[in-house]
Design a protein around this ligand. Structure first.
Ligand SMILES: [Ca+2]
Ligand SMILES: [Ca+2]
Length: 395
């Protein structure tokens, strides 16, 4: 039986106290090929409806003009149509990574079929402006940033000079306002998000990061395999997450959940899912984007990466169960740790009260059931292919 639970400052979950202070989160994403990023964005939206997080903004670190409206479509579906979105200019007309033409594009179709009002990336602000505005207006040590893509946008932001928004530089703003940066990448190895694309950008940002820095490794994410129900129990015609899964992976098929694993940590912290793998030290990022743990490193704040404390199967089922929730439906207390603001009659003064989970009304006007691609590629495979090509060419 599924039950509603009231909003509480601290909720008792399995005998443990869950911290229900909302994280203030900025998501930096390569919203593009795989459904990894759309699922991560959906989980953040759902946990916002469940009282655990506020999504302050979403930054696209790729240049597809279709990414911002697709991001807005997901946010809009979950009742958050006004989350600001930014993308680097100039834009391009790509719907997928040009290095992986075998992967079908879907961002343009998602934006076309589901309600959103961004329409085109050219209608969004610059990522540097959005980062600076969000951080300048935030409380000290209040912001969590999750990079679940590349570092193109962040690279420009960290060295941004003082301006009318703030007298601080990018790094000074980060030091003052950001409590933690969460990165979906291996802290030691050849992480896709760092080594595949502009590694020098990632190296500059991460080697100079002034506050807490946590990696959610790819070797963890690739064991968290899920998604078989997303295009079966949800309707691809009405649910954007189901639509993307149907168009990329396919019904009854699974894929690793790298970015959802990182977003989960960014919002819920270690929870019962993770523990920190390292004690002391720091991560070194080389100009080619490869990483190595330096046990004697002395970073300005804690650096670490997480490993699983529960089984990968259990965590995968939990992530999929969260994604299977739709606005307007009930939810079990074991999934929604802090209740659903606006649903309980006795929580009118609770933070976030007044947010009534919307009933989905975002039915696309024209059903799209086709599959943009039946090809399933994992990041490790994609990156491995690139490495082999580079090696073969002797680059
Ligand atoms: Ca909007
Ligand atoms: Ca990603």
């Amino acid at each position: 039986m599924r039950l509603l639970i009231p909003t509480l400052a601290l909720a008792t979950i399995g005998g443990a106290l869950a911290n229900c202070a909302r994280k203030q989160l900025i998501i930096d994403t390569d919203f593009y090929n795989l459904p990894d990023d759309s699922n991560a964005l959906a989980i953040a939206n759902i946990l916002e409806l469940w009282g655990e997080v506020n999504i302050l903004g979403v930054i696209s670190d790729i240049r597809s003009r279709f990414a911002p409206p697709a991001i807005d479509a997901v946010n809009t579906y979950y009742g958050h149509p006004n989350i600001p979105v930014a993308i680097l200019k100039p834009l391009d007309n790509s719907t997928r990574d040009p290095n992986f033409p075998q992967l079908g594009g879907w961002v343009d179709i998602l934006a076309e079929k589901f309600p959103e009002d961004v329409n085109d990336g050219s209608n969004t602000t610059d990522p540097v402006t959005l980062y600076r505005t969000l951080l300048a207006g935030a409380g000290d040590q209040s912001i969590t940033i999750a990079v679940i893509g590349f570092f193109d946008a962040m690279y420009k932001f960290v060295d941004s000079p003082p301006d009318a928004i703030s007298p601080l530089t990018g790094f000074e703003l980060i030091k003052k306002k950001v409590v933690e940066l969460v990165v979906q990448a291996d802290g030691s190895g050849n992480p896709f998000n760092l080594a595949y694309h502009n590694g020098t950008f990632a190296a500059h940002v991460l080697n100079n990061w002034p506050t807490k820095l946590t990696f959610v490794p790819g070797y963890v994410g690739r064991t968290i395999v899920m998604g078989a129900k997303l295009a079966v129990e949800l309707d691809p015609k009405t649910n954007p997450i189901s639509f993307v899964w149907n168009a990329t992976i396919g019904p009854n098929k699974t894929n690793p959940a790298w970015d959802p694993a990182a977003i989960y940590y960014a919002i819920r912290g270690l929870d019962d899912v993770y523990h920190y793998n390292k004690t002391g030290g720091s991560v070194i990022v080389y100009p080619n984007g490869t990483t190595r743990w330096n046990a004697t490193g002395t970073p300005p704040a804690t650096q670490n990466w997480v490993d699983l404390s529960i089984s990968n199967v259990t965590f995968a089922e939990r992530l999929e169960d969260i994604l299977l929730w739709e606005p307007g439906h009930t939810v079990s207390g074991s999934l929604a740790r802090c209740g659903i603001p606006g649903w309980s009659s006795n929580n009118s003064s609770a933070p976030g009260s007044g947010i009534t989970p919307p009933t989905p009304t975002n039915t696309p006007t024209e059903p799209f059931m086709g599959s943009a691609s039946n090809v399933v590629l994992q990041k490790s495979v994609m990156f491995g292919a690139i490495v082999m090509i580079v090696a073969a060419l002797g680059i």
